[in-house]
Design a protein around this ligand. Structure first.
Ligand code: SF4
Length: 498
């Protein structure tokens, strides 16, 4: 890379979509930094703007071209500026992007994020747009350099791609068949992260519990959870998202028997109607889903279970929708990402005739949210008076400055806002990554509050790592933010499938 050593070129990465994209953006950031780029200071125009796109939402392409349109005059005023577009939409639209937005310099696919620095350099030297889309993965994303956003929590990919064919989902055609990392590589990355101060790891895959399908080991995922339990210093292990069809009892046993695997489960339901599940080409049925929940609750009575639900899938009748409400009531979810079905171009469901009218979808959606929120609130109220250990979070309490609170995640991943005051605790000592013990005093549908005296504060290696990072300047302009899995506070465009 030939960037001048004195004035490194600056970058900004704009991320859309699911956790997989957020994770890919961490890789992109790491690659750019390794190639000599520096994060653009806040408020300053970056020399390189990278869009990591998502093709899941309707109108994603309009949004992208709108954003690219805004950048065209900016680029004209900044000689040497480059624009790169990657991610699922780039994989899907390929050459159309440089036709519609000829001021784009680089288009790269989901399988070749590792080529970005080379493509940028080539585009600069050749003064010509570079489009490189690979059909399959050459380097597993986790083996690329990363710049993690959080000092105390990290994503670790166990697999990419998906062998399922859910009819509403674009992932299989864009991310390809499932490819699994070797367990030794995953554990080496986990250990390296822990050595850097990380205490919480989220194992990530589009269909995370199918892990092992590529090398023919049905129990590989539960074994991986148990192996994470052996990693000294790793306090919390989570995973997202499992698919109900592949959810086997050995995973439940591993969760229950491995102390650092947290009692939280995000398991997409999508619909409670067997007919709709069949039309979605999801191979489990209502009874199987509820059976898993029952066994999870028997093994981990305190587990918080969250889900994803799509309302208004083509052909969904009132009776089908009622079946979804029945499952919500029976499963007693701690939270749900709820989506109104919208056509996603390129998916089999987009061409089905019996699309449900918009007004009906809206009305069902509102009823669903009402039931989901009421149950989540009741479940949360049951926790008032309970003592919980929180991993102190950074940037998760939007009103913390005004309320003089801090925020943290309970073991079950519930978000708790707490007042950092107690007889033997100096609030100024509490750092993101530390662990505090609080008593829950109030419940809202989407969070808990602990306004009593702080019961304990434990300084951790993660807190030390956070402090060390703070003294080194944090790059601005990377629009990533803390991973927020589990209890759905801010809604992403789409969660990591499953
Ligand atoms: S929804 Fe999840 S399981 Fe289904 S095809 Fe998409 S990625 Fe695979």
């Amino acid at each position: 890379m030939s960037s001048a050593a004195t004035t490194p070129r600056t970058y900004e990465v704009r991320t859309y979509g699911c956790q997989m994209n957020v994770h890919d953006s961490e890789r992109l950031t790491g690659l750019l930094e390794e190639a000599g780029y520096a994060a653009a200071p806040a408020g300053e125009q970056a020399d390189v703007v990278v869009f990591n796109t998502c093709a899941v939402r309707e109108n994603a392409d309009n949004r992208l071209y709108g954003n690219l349109g805004h950048l065209a005059p900016v680029k004209a005023r900044h000689p040497g500026m480059q624009i790169a577009v990657g991610g699922c939409l780039a994989q899907k639209d390929r050459d159309t992007i440089t036709t519609k937005a000829p001021w784009v310099d680089v288009v790269f696919g989901t399988h070749n994020i590792g080529s970005l620095p080379v493509l940028l350099e080539r585009a600069r030297v050749q003064e010509e747009a570079q489009v490189e889309i690979l059909e399959s993965l050459e380097v597993f994303p986790s083996t690329l350099p990363t710049r993690r956003e959080s000092a105390y929590a990290a994503w670790v990919s166990v697999s990419v791609g998906c062998n399922n064919t859910c009819t509403f989902c674009i992932v299989p055609s864009l991310r390809g068949k499932e490819q699994d990392r070797r367990p030794g590589d995953i554990l080496a990355e986990v250990r390296a992260l822990v050595a850097e101060g990380v205490s919480e790891v989220t194992l990530l895959g589009q269909n995370v519990n199918a892990y092992g399908v590529e090398f023919g080991d049905r129990q590989a995922f539960s074994q991986l959870l148990r192996a994470c339990g052996e990693v000294e210093g790793l306090e919390r292990v989570r995973f997202t998202s499992p698919h109900p069809a592949e959810f086997t009892d050995d995973v439940i046993e591993a969760m229950a028997e491995t102390p650092n695997v947290m009692p939280s489960l995000h398991m997409p339901l999508q619909s409670g109607s067997d007919k709709v599940l069949r039309d979605m080409r999801r191979s489990y049925r209502q009874a199987k889903y509820l059976g898993i929940i029952e066994r999870v609750r028997a093994a981990m009575p305190d587990a918080a279970i969250t889900t994803d639900i799509i309302v208004g899938f083509p052909g969904e009748t009132e009776e089908d929708f009622e079946a979804t409400l029945d499952v919500v009531r029976a499963a007693r979810f701690a939270g749900a990402y709820t989506f109104q079905y919208s056509k996603r171009p390129g998916t089999p469901a987009a061409v089905l005739d019996d699309q449900v009218p918009r007004a009906v979808v809206q009305e069902r959606y509102e009823r669903l949210v009402e039931v989901v929120d009421a149950i989540a609130w009741e479940e949360n109220k049951g926790l008032v008076g309970r003592q919980v250990e929180l991993l102190v979070a950074e940037g998760e309490g939007r009103k913390d400055a005004a309320t003089h609170r801090l925020s943290g995640r309970a073991p079950d991943n519930r978000l708790v806002h707490f007042t950092p005051a107690g007889a033997s605790v100096d609030p100024a000592d509490i750092r993101p990554g530390d662990v505090v013990t609080v008593e829950v005093t109030y419940a809202a549908p989407h969070h808990l509050v602990a306004d009593g005296p702080l019961l304990a504060h434990r300084r951790t290696r993660s807190g030390d790592a956070w402090e060390a990072r703070r003294s080194a300047p944090t790059p601005a302009g990377v629009t990533l933010g803390m991973p927020t899995v589990g209890v759905p506070a801010p809604l992403p465009d789409a969660p990591a499938c499953g």
